[in-house]
Design a protein around this ligand. Sequence first.
Ligand SMILES: Cc1ncc(COP(=O)(O)O)c(C=O)c1O
Length: 356
Amino acid sequence: MSTRSLSEILRPELARLTAYQVEDRPHRVKLDANESPYPLPAPVQAAVQEALGRVPANRYPDPAGRALKRQLAAMVGVPPEQILLGNGSDELIQMILMAVARPGAAVLVPVPTFSMYAVTGQALGLTCVEVPPGDGFTLDRDAFLRRLAEARPVVTFIASPNNPTGNCYDPDVIRAALAAAPGLVVLDEAYADFSGKTFLPELPAHLHLLILRTLSKVGLAGLRVGYLVADEAVLAELEKVRLPYNLNALSQAAATAVLKHRDLLRQQVRQIVAERERVAAALRTLRGLTVFPSEANFLLVRTARPAREVFRGLLDRGILVRDFDDARYLRDCLRITVGTPEENDALLAALRGILG
Ligand SMILES: Cc1ncc(COP(=O)(O)O)c(C=O)c1O
């Protein structure tokens, strides 16, 4: 028998997808990935090291991640049964989509937004239906409700604060979507630590609401710990598509140790928010730059000059930001993660030099 070509073997959806790209050009200031710029405070680092030293590497991790779930449950104020752990929230997005994927089913996403909802949905054969933004990247209530009624999505993803625009959506529009949605609604609160706004108190009122959270933005991106807070019955179904040991023992131990000191992480969050306001105000004084309001740990800016030129100018000065110029609705837009005060000063000085 002759061997089939790769294109005959692979799912046709893959031909339309591109692999996630990470910028690897040399830089000294990294403001491209919405990470925390701060290392763990010394007492937390010591606690992590001590916890890691006790991990038996010859044994599989706790498949249910019970100790970590208890910490997270205490933090968000729900029972541990209402928490599902993921290898980053990316994996939880994948698990949700795996659970709903069936031929002809649709995923609804207000755009522009985090790319993995559409990428993973398409990879699983789902149709991705977009809702274009209202003015100022708001959720356009009428357009949203119309698309919900037309597409009848099995799942809708709403990120608030949204990435890469930084704004929170009007909670009343989110409530209208929750009332109208025929399927699951995933409210992605990856950046909620920086906005201080959450739908967690409204969870009991909506059985089909799933709140997605992550520890990546508050200083633990390297650990890959995401968690989903939702109704127990929904999570019991998602458990069926979870790989048994999805969260490795080192990440479980380190995150559990860190969460015992979560007040110290909150201090870092407050510093980042204060810096966001300082940087936004300073950027607004620069000519040739529009700064969009942000409640996250990054700022979206639109440049009057081609964004690619500004991006390259920053990289020439050792500063890496994220270029969104190619993305729809984001012409000439750059996303700048809030760094340490020194990193932010370097960014501002570089931009002053570039924009003149
Ligand atoms: C809105 C949103 N959701 C989810 C993620 C994924 O985060 P992680 O997989 O690190 O938890 C990101 C990462 O940038 C994001 O911006």
